[in-house]
Write a protein of this length. Structure first.
Length: 294
């Protein structure tokens, strides 16, 4: 059984042309189908902003039908995590898609991401418990960004409630958590947001203001260096043997940086195997020639 699932947060980015998707695309060319040739998991982020129609999920399943090991992880809608206002109908909408993916053995799990402002207190702890209970029966990954949560009591709670901790890597500002993979549950889920401290601080100052896509994405505009990736590899391998599955998701998406770093982590975490790197990405990131099958 596959243990390592490495991919990116989302796949539908126009600025991945031509660093990943080819500049010229033939009729019938599909981005998800192309993506699945190189990765075995994708994190669906659009589910955070909208309730996705089941027919769209059917389309995803069909597009990856030739990849037996391909999984989707679903990010829970912000109504549940940020706004804390949701109805039974909205719960059912999420569950229908989770069930559809689960039936087809395509569900990696449900990502439940809370904001930095979500600190550990009784009210918030009860809210986490409520969501875990609502989505009992599904593998869940809990992403908390404030370091107050990083105590053994919380880790034990996740372990006892069919949930795992989501470890993140991002600029350490204020009371944000440092990058340290921790076993809390059967699986390990790691998200890489980049280390663009200057842009991250800038985005905090602009919080709540209208911003263009480019402005919103700038804090994720970061390419991990080979040295940083070696450090990351070592920290992941310290806990690798203690869990059943490891999900590694790159969210430093601008210009295709996530694609390049994900391919590099496949190489490192799978004992230096040569990797299937598309020509488009080799051209954009020449350093990947060292790890490429081509």
């Amino acid at each position: 059984m596959e243990k390592l699932f490495i991919g990116t947060a989302g796949w539908s980015y126009k600025d991945w042309i031509p660093s990943f998707y080819p500049q010229t695309q033939s009729s019938g060319f599909d981005w998800l189908e192309y993506y699945s040739q190189y990765f075995n998991v994708v994190e669906v982020n659009s589910s955070y902003y909208t309730y996705i129609n089941q027919k769209i999920v059917d389309g995803w399943i069909k597009k990856v039908e030739d990849r037996n090991d391909f999984l989707f992880t679903i990010k829970l809608h912000q109504d549940f995590t940020h706004k804390k206002k949701f109805s039974g109908e909205q719960i059912q909408s999420v569950k229908l898609n989770l069930n559809k993916l689960n039936t087809e053995s395509r569900l990696g799990g449900l990502l439940i991401q809370f904001p930095y402002s979500f600190v550990l207190n009784k009210e918030n702890a009860n809210h986490v418990k409520e969501l875990i209970d609502i989505f009992a029966g599904y593998e869940k990954f809990i992403e908390v960004r404030h370091k107050s949560w990083f105590i053994q009591r919380f880790f034990d709670f996740l372990e006892n409630n069919n949930s795992s901790l989501c470890t993140i890597d991002q600029p350490v500002i204020g009371e944000a958590v440092e990058f340290k993979p921790v076993k809390a549950g059967d699986n390990l889920y790691i998200r890489f947001h980049g280390r663009n401290t200057k842009a991250w601080k800038g985005s905090l100052r602009k919080f709540g203001k209208d911003q263009s896509y480019e402005e919103q994405s700038e804090r994720y505009n970061y390419l991990y260096s080979p040295g940083e990736l070696l450090e990351i590899e070592q920290k992941i391998k310290e806990v690798l043997d203690t869990v059943k599955k490891v999900f590694v998701i790159l969210n430093n998406h601008p210009q295709g940086n996530a694609v390049a770093n994900a391919l590099e982590l496949i190489h490192l975490l799978k004992e230096r195997i040569k990797v299937n790197v598309p020509e488009t990405t080799l051209k954009a990131y020449p350093r990947l020639s060292k790890i490429s099958l081509n």
